[in-house]
Design a protein around this ligand. Sequence first.
Ligand SMILES: [Zn+2]
Length: 296
Amino acid sequence: MADGIVGSLKDAWGVEDDGPDPSKLPGLMELAESWLEEEENDPSDIAHHFETMRNRVVEAHVHRSQAISSGDVTYDPKFVAMVEKNLADMVSVEKALEHFIESSQEGDREECFEALGELEQSIDAMRESGDAIEAFLKNSPPVCMGCGSIGEEHVCPACGAERLILDPNARPEDERKIQVSDEVLDVYTAYAEVLAGKASMNDLVNALQSLEFTYLESEAIGEQTLTNEAATDRIKKTATELVAEIRATLDGIEKMHGVTKSRKIAELTEGWEAILNHTVKSQELLHKLNSQAESL
Ligand SMILES: [Zn+2]
């Protein structure tokens, strides 16, 4: 999966309204420039901001290079080259930050300015290569999840895996899946295996169908509760909430089904997240409904 290849540094770009924010790269540049303008300011007083930023960039770098070399997917060579360029740009940013930290500790203002110049250039390069990756993924044709081949067929003729459109905003794995039922877990497993080139969309559709039946049944139970004359207002309120969560889960199932045609990993992920979010809430509400019904 293209997990975190673009997302992890995105929040480092924003510039705050109320003065430079040293936790963002442009803010850090601005802060350092105005700090160095005053002769009596000690450059080492702001070195900790550079250390924090360096640690963040290094972390994003590790995350990104693991994502591209995880071995689950063999990417298109053009795409790999773009990511490698971006990783090299990140190294330049790391070096410029390091240069500033060392120069400030030696009290060498000239070298500090020099480092800021390097930082500005490397930030521009990193942003440019990051934008190129995002643009590539936005216009990307479906890519084979197994071998990275590109072509018209939905199923790769070379290795039999599904071809899907990569998601530029892939999110990290959600650990809440450990709390869900086996049927939901089956959907997750099929989804993850499709992305790893190990299962077909048919496997996923089968898993989605059994989950759909279960949820249609639960929806019927919720609706019956609403029309039951013995139900108190409190129970009806819970049942109404439950039906809404069930319908949202069904929407997520529908969304994942749609990928058979749309081929978009982003929609697969969106659908899965909707199922996970609303299924957790449905379970809580079903539990609540049962205990409310028992106390009647
Ligand atoms: Zn293939």
